[in-house]
Design a protein around this ligand. Structure first.
Ligand SMILES: [Zn+2]
Length: 171
């Protein structure tokens, strides 16, 4: 089932998520919805907080890498800082250059059965891990920008939102 993605400045995006403790049908159904919602929005990653569920959980599908279900994820930075044209399903319609991600991370997470697993992510997938883990702690990528760039991207974002709202009232 496709769920509604919360958009900035929704305060629920700023809440810190709590660890997943129950590995049951409810969790599996939540993960299914997150995967459907991510694909529908043509995103490469989605954290549960983005659909208003405050659990430490994200799904990710970047290029030819496998679909990742990351429950209670943690990562270690291994690579070098990378420049990225970053966007977010919760700040739709705009992108901005960021330099705060590294290009290689080692990830530890649990799977749907609650079993620990690890993997190494590179490039865009590494950036996505960092982006999703930020969501889990209530952060958005625009927080990492300089004041000038943040003001600029949020101004563009507000303009996009106004245009979208106008389109909606016309239809
Ligand atoms: Zn995002």
């Amino acid at each position: 089932m496709i769920r509604e993605i919360l958009a900035h400045p929704d305060p629920r995006l700023r809440q810190v998520s709590r660890p997943v403790e129950r590995f049951d049908d409810e969790l599996r159904s939540l993960v299914d919805d997150m995967i459907d919602t991510m694909h529908d929005a043509e995103g490469i990653g989605l954290a549960a907080v983005q659909i208003g569920v405050h659990l430490r959980l994200a799904v990710m599908k970047v290029d030819e890498n496998p679909l990742r279900i990351m429950i209670n994820p943690e990562y270690e930075k291994l690579g070098e800082p990378m420049e990225l044209d970053e966007g977010c399903l919760s700040v739709p319609g705009v992108r901005e250059k960021t330099k705060s991600r590294v290009d290689r991370v080692h990830v530890r997470a649990l799977d749907l059965e609650g079993q620990p697993y690890e993997f190494e992510a590179n490039g865009l997938e590494a950036a996505c891990v960092q982006h999703e883990c930020d969501h889990i702690d209530g952060h958005l990528y625009v927080d990492c920008l300089s004041n000038v760039r943040r003001a600029r991207v949020l101004k563009r974002y507000r303009r996009e939102r106004e245009r979208a709202a106008e389109r909606e009232t016309r239809d």
